[in-house]
Structures are given as structure tokens and as C-alpha cells.
Design a binder for this molecule. Sequence first.
Ligand code: AMP
Length: 572
Amino acid sequence: MSHSTTHQPSSSAPVHSTMMPAQLLITEILERARLLYREREIVSMLPVGRNEQGQPIAGRHSTTYGEVAQRALQLASALQAAGVQKGQRVATLAVNSYRHLEAYLGIPAMGGVLHTVNIRLHPQQIAWIINHAADKVLLIDNMFAAMIPVLQVACPTLEKIVVLGPLPQAIAGTEDYDAWLAQYEPLAQYPDLLETDAAGMCYTSGTTGNPKAVVYSHRSTILHSLTSAPRDALNVSQTDTVLPIVPMFHVNAWGLPYTCAMYGSRLVFSGPFNDGASLAALMQKEQVVITAGVPTIWMGLLQELDRAKAAGTPYQLPLERLVCGGAAAPESLIRAFYEHHQLKVVHAWGMTETHPLGTSSIRPADVPEGSDEYFQLSAKQGIPVPLVQLELIGEQGEVLPHDGKTMGQLLVRGPWVTQSYYGEDAADSFVTLNGQNWFVTGDIATLDERGFMHIEDRSKDLIKSGGEWISSVDMENELMAHPSILLAAVIAVSDPKWDERPLAVVRLKDDVQPPTHAELTDFLASKFAKWWLPDAYEFVDDIPIGSTGKFLKRELREKYKDYKMERKESKP
Ligand code: AMP
């Protein structure tokens, strides 16, 4: 028989919490998936060859959380054997697929830092990022194999390059991922990890040439996953099938791979097949309930749904929610989905610096679905999710009213908001308000009496095309290096498909002939990805310049706001 003694403290003595100080680690997600959701399916659409037009053909791959967790632990062992130490970076250059999910779970499980690199950048920019992060190992999809020889030369810190998926011919100095994993047993024991240890790394696109890195911790990832799942956020549950279309290289696909693995949702990955028709067919076949992507994706999907309905062969979609973020979704788009197809678009806002989920635009209880107010609120970015706080400040740092009208610089703080950049002194990105540290988002917003935030503008002049940034400053600097060009300002012009596309406004040097579009495209092509290049060039007598010597881009945007571009290049 056991004995226990009771101790009666005096009323003045402080009471200490009796709760366990359990660490919030990504290994908890991995273990949960392995134990509780091992039969739950994960579907990936992967290229399995090319058709007569040279387009990739999609093949369906099916696995389970149990398999993925097991292979993630094999990856953890393989990385240990490759000499990866705690805190060292393992890069991925990959589309959304089960192998990428294995990297999400396996790299942090052995103490490594998952560094997801944006596949849409020019190889030179990719090399710059890999070198800045000093990545030790690279996991690269077979579809990007052409980049390997460039990276082998340009990235001296890479000790190992592993190719995800088969190649027709092995590339010297690389390993096949599946064959590599097969050599290792699953990791038997996790290393000692703290919740504050680094787990993931993402680069933003800066206004200046070089992007800045944000480093996520195990703790921020776990808290972000817990908060993203509820109905008032992304609505992720084990009863549903989730299709994250937002790329896994872009802010961890809004955290969905971790959130879905934590809650056991059936996952569908569309790989590189993200046009409206492929997505609609996939959603119908796989009975997708929750999906997430940028407005460009939803514009493509809407067109396809409208087309099929008009043809008398509408899709049967059990979709409950299309989460839209990364750029503003126009009210007309939200209305069209609802009115044509009874589908609900839910706006969410966030940034690389916020892991990313900051707000979601959920209908308040007193606003009827389908009412005008419902659509107006849906077009706002929404209220902050729990533990995230928003504030607005004016030019002098004064706090502005939350009246839905006053525009100010949007500030954010919370447990998954960054407090610095990796290896970068960016003090002007943070302010102290009432003794607390806030991140200055660079977004210009309003906050209304209900707490709904609305992005009005960006203080930076980046261009967002298809959910990805194009830095105007880089492009301008390069254009101004052209022998015939004196000044060049690149601005965003709204585009029905890509949201925004770049227009270059150019002042030529005296007495020179304007270069042709093709010449300028050739001139820029060695420095920038194809989809970054301006869709059009406007030759002007002068470009307005402000008192601090910067181009007055607002004026240019106003002048060209209804500009119709003839697209010369399309995004790959
Ligand atoms: P990124 O770090 O690439 O995810 O970009 C973050 C930026 O995207 C934000 O600062 C906003 O300017 C923009 N953004 C993200 N979500 C939204 C949204 N729902 N509506 C409008 N802009 C958004």
C-alpha cells in the first residue's frame, strides 16, 4: 500500500505550477502521425513522362502517414550518417509531394533545419540563397535536375545532393533519394531537442536585391499548427481531405503539411499540376474538402468551373472552404465562387515572417451568409488568430484609430512572428510600443471596430505575380545597365490571371533608338527567371522622382492603372 503525505502550505507562500514542462517539438507531430494516423492516405500527383506536346503526364501516387513517418525516420538516420549536426541546414528544391513531407518531418526530427528554397527563382538567386544559408545537403526534385550542374559549381557548402524521384540517367556526384533511404534503419532515438531550437528556414524576397531569412523554431511550428486547425482558422480535421496548393517552398505551404499531419487529415498534393482543369478534376476525384492557394490559382479554377457548368457537365465538389492568401482576393472573385458554385472563399493573411498565419476572415455570427456585408467582410483579410496581435501606426509612430478608415503601417506580434532576420541587422523592421516588440509588416492597412484588418497597399514596391514576388528594384538596376537606357522604373500592373505583372517604364539616353522588346528580354534573361521579365516596356520622356531621389512609383501606378499589356511570356 502506498502512502502519501499532504502538505498544507501557508496562505502567503506562492503556489508553483504542477504541470509538466513538456517541450513543443515537431517530433510530436511525427510520432502522432505514426501512431494514430498510420493508415491515413497521402496522395501525390507526380510527373511520369511527357505527352506528344512535351507536357508532363501526371501519375497518382498513394502512401500513408505510417509509411511517410517511417521513411522520415530513415531520412533522419541518413542525414546523421551524412554528418548533419544539430542546427545545420538541409535544403529542399521541390514541389508538393509525399517526399517533401518526409523532409518536413525527418529533417527537424534529427535536429537539422529544413530550408525550403523557392524553385521559381533564377538558378543564380537559388545559389545565392543556398550559399547564404550555408546548406550542407540538398534534396532536389528530379524535374529540376537541369539545375544540378550549376549548383554543384556555385554552392561549395553543399556536401551532398540527393535527387527526389527517378532520373533517366544518373548525374555524377548525386544520390537517388529512395535508394539512399533504403540503406538506413529508421532513427531509433531522437537527439535532445529544445522547443526553441531552429527547425525551419525560409527566405523572403527583399526590396533590395538580397532576400532575408527567417528561422522557425519547433515551438513556433507546433503553436502555429495548433492554432491553424480550428474552424475559425483553416478548418483542418482528421475527417477531411486537404489539398494545399500553396507551394511547400512558400512559408511551409502556410504550415498545412504540419497542421494536417498533427490532426491526421487525408492529404492530397498536386505536384506541378496546378492549372484550373487539373485541379478541378483532382478535387472531384479525391473528394477534397479544404484547399488553400493564392488568388491566381482560384481565378484559374473559377474559369474551369464556369466553363464546365456552362457546358452542362458541372463538377461535383464537396469543397467546404477555399483558403485564399498571399495576395488580396477581390470581392468579385469571392462572390463569383459563392453565387455560381456555392463555394466559400476564406481570406487569410500572413507573411514569411509570421510563419505565416496572422488573420482569417471568418463570418461573425450576426452576419448572414451571402449578404452584402458577408462579401464585404470576406474581402477583408480578417481578424487575428488567437495569440496574434495587430496594431496600426502613423508616420510619427503614433497609434492610429481602429475605425475601418484610417490607414497606417500594420504591426504584428505573437509567438510565431519573427523578432529578427538571420544574419541581418534589420532594426527598422521592428518597433517598440508600450514596452513590447512589434514587427513592422510593410503593409498599409486599416483595422475596423470589429477587429477586421484590410490590406490597402504595400509600402514596398514589389510585384506579386501568381503569388510570388518579383523585385522591381533588381530589375530596374539591371535595365539601367543597358547601354541605351538612362532610367527605368518597374511597376506592377494588375493582371486578370497573375494578379500583377511587371511593366517597365523606361527613359532612354539622348539620341538612341529604343531597343526592341526581344532585345531587352535577351538582355535580362541571363539574370532573371523568365516569368520575372516585364510583359511590356513604355518609353517616356521622364520618370517622376521624389525628394529622396526615389522614383515616385505611386504616380506611375496611378498613370498606368488601366494599362493593358500584351503578354509576351507566360509563367512556367
Ligand atoms: P510572403 O512573405 O511572400 O508570404 O508575402 C507576404 C505579403 O503578401 C504580405 O506582407 C502582404 O503584402 C501580402 N499578402 C499576404 N496575404 C495577403 C492577403 N490575404 N491579402 C493581401 N495581401 C496579402
